[in-house]
Design a protein. Structure first.
Length: 565
């Protein structure tokens, strides 16, 4: 992994160097700045492929190229197009000459790419695994912190509404007005344009074929992600997804695994299951304990690497876990739950497809006359009103709550752009774009790159996702039955069939114990962003109803104080 940065137009080379230095954690082995007619590109390198060759940024005939990521099929592309190239960046440059913007459709990998050819072009992979931020006056970077010195810092209230709804701003928004992030599967040439997307083309597939092909594609996905020149390992929670990744990877080579736990909070701690898996597979497992004191000690550092507020508490666990990992690459199990409907709440939403009520309009009016400030009330209101019911597995504040919380600055959150008429597969599509793309993948990138580690997610492979999206509804089913069938060949039943636990930390207990919740009110009295009466109501009710709401408010408040006060 690497950091990329560039400016088209006037620039100060010292400020370019300073911007790159803010991202040194993304690659400490090599830094290079290349000036060309009308601009400058910069690069920090974490060497994984072609460790001894460093050719970025690449300038050819006043065309400039720089990229962050991994192109898994670059060797195949060299053969396919008979390219005079040895490295990924050279393949990108040669394909650009042959195909223009369509070159990106040939790439299999995770990437953020910048090209200058008379104007600036930016490209991001279909999952959004590698971040890419930009301004409309020609500045781009792998992280927001590198752009902030060049712009006026202002809060984006559209993004704040998205953050309250979905734990993060949603591309192209960032929390900073005037700084944008390129959406996944898109490129930018002065306008944002889509070049690829996940589509549903149902095929005749039996349950046995679904198991066998998924198994085959997952092995293939792991194999292509194994680095040839550096050591690698895997994150291991003890859940079926990460355990299966370790099991399949260990068929090729025994790898070290890494886990995190919480002393005194057994209901959050999964290390005992990770140890069961490690012992069963004959691999070494290393673990770290995240304590209350370390949680608060790390808070400002996590915010620094996070760049903008993202209210998933597991970022803090990932940050601490990254410190003990001595590999350049680790695997992770993200994507399985979303592709194979592993969350319990998916089952609840599936029930609305079967439900029929003849008096829905009357029931909607009844609900609206008797409002409740709970998610269940809102879900039934949508159902009775024939609205889209499912709006993301990670939806926290619904629109009525956002309006109440922000008063004057509340913005309508555009969920319909992620709605697709494809049955339950729109659950997966929505969550690939929002929950995975904006929250989970950014956790993997930002928190592990804080310790100069690249995280790779084998479940999030284009060929595998396309296959899942081609399954008939009844074949894909739910509760990850396909993954469990595959995992049962490698793992003990107590791992395969144990009840799912989320990757969460005891943040609420720690905030309460240290009397930190009052900071939300104290900071808001200075910022005047939120409705104080509603804040008090949410904090008073606490974890019984608003646990995730409180975390979102606390994280934002501390971040806002750090950035604006």
């Amino acid at each position: 992994m690497c950091a990329i940065f560039g400016i088209i137009g006037k620039y100060d080379i010292k400020r370019v160097k300073s911007a790159l230095d803010l991202m040194l954690h993304r690659g400490k082995e090599y830094q290079n700045i290349v000036e060309f007619n009308n601009g400058v590109f910069g690069f920090n390198r974490l060497a994984i492929e072609h460790v001894k060759i460093a050719k970025q940024p690449l300038v050819i005939d006043n065309k400039a190229f720089v990229f962050n990521g991994e192109i898994y099929n670059y060797k195949e592309l060299i053969k396919k197009y008979n390219l005079n190239a040895t490295t990924e960046i050279e393949v990108i440059a040669k394909l650009w000459e042959k195909k223009g913007v369509d070159f990106v459709k040939e790439l299999d990998g995770m990437f953020a790419i910048a090209i200058y050819d008379k104007k600036l072009y930016l490209f991001r992979d279909i999952f959004g695994k590698k971040p890419l931020y930009f301004t409309k006056n020609g500045i781009f970077a792998s992280e927001i912190k590198a752009i902030l010195p060049f712009v006026e810092k202002k809060l984006n209230f559209n993004a704040l509404s998205e953050y309250l709804a979905y734990n993060s701003s949603i591309a192209p928004n960032t929390i900073f007005d005037g700084i944008y992030k390129l959406p996944s599967g898109c490129y930018y040439d002065g306008e944002i344009k889509k070049y690829d997307d996940f589509i549903r083309e149902e095929k005749e597939i039996s349950k046995l074929e679904a198991i066998e092909k998924t198994h085959e594609l997952l092995i293939k996905s792991i194999q292509k992600r194994i680095p040839s020149e550096v050591e690698y390992g895997s994150l291991l929670s003890g859940g079926v997804d990460s355990s299966l990744i370790v099991a399949l990877a260990s068929q090729i080579k025994k790898i070290d695994t890494f886990s995190v736990g919480y002393e005194g909070f057994e209901n959050y701690d999964e290390r005992k299951y990770a140890k069961i898996v490690a012992n069963h597979l004959g691999v070494k497992n290393f673990d770290v304990t995240l304590s209350k004191d370390v949680f608060f000690k790390n808070f400002e550092d996590v915010l620094f690497y996070m760049d903008e507020p993202i209210s998933d508490s597991s970022y803090f666990a990932a940050f601490e876990l990254a410190k003990i990992i001595d590999k350049k690459v680790v695997f992770s199990g993200e994507g399985s739950d979303e592709l194979f409907l592993g969350y319990r709440r998916y089952e609840e939403y599936l029930g609305f497809f079967e439900a029929f009520l003849p008096n829905k309009k009357w029931l909607k009016k009844y609900l609206e006359r008797h409002p409740e400030d709970i998610k269940e009330w809102e879900v039934f209101r949508r159902f009775f009103g024939d609205e889209v019911v499912f709006r993301g597995i990670n939806e926290t504040f619904f629109q009525r709550q956002i309006n109440k919380m922000l008063k004057k600055n509340a913005k309508e959150v555009d969920y319909l752009r992620f709605y697709k008429d494809m049955g339950s597969f729109y659950f997966s599509y929505f969550d690939l774009k929002v929950w995975i793309g904006e929250v989970l993948l950014m956790k993997l990138d930002k928190m592990f790159m804080s310790n100069t580690i690249e995280a790779r997610s084998p479940f999030l492979d284009k060929e595998l996702v396309d296959f899942v999206f081609s399954m008939p509804e009844e074949v894909r089913g739910s509760k990850k039955w396909i993954i469990k069938e595959i995992a049962s060949k490698y793992l003990p039943n107590e791992i395969v069939y144990r009840r799912k636990k989320g990757f969460a930390i005891p943040f609420y207990e720690w905030l309460k114990k240290e009397n930190k919740l009052k900071r939300i009110i104290d900071i808001n009295r200075k910022s005047k962003i939120f409705n104080e009466e509603y804040l008090k109501e949410i904090i008073k009710t606490g974890h019984k109803r608003y646990k995730q709401h409180i975390w979102a408010l606390y994280l934002f408040s501390v971040w806002y104080e750090k950035e604006f006060m």
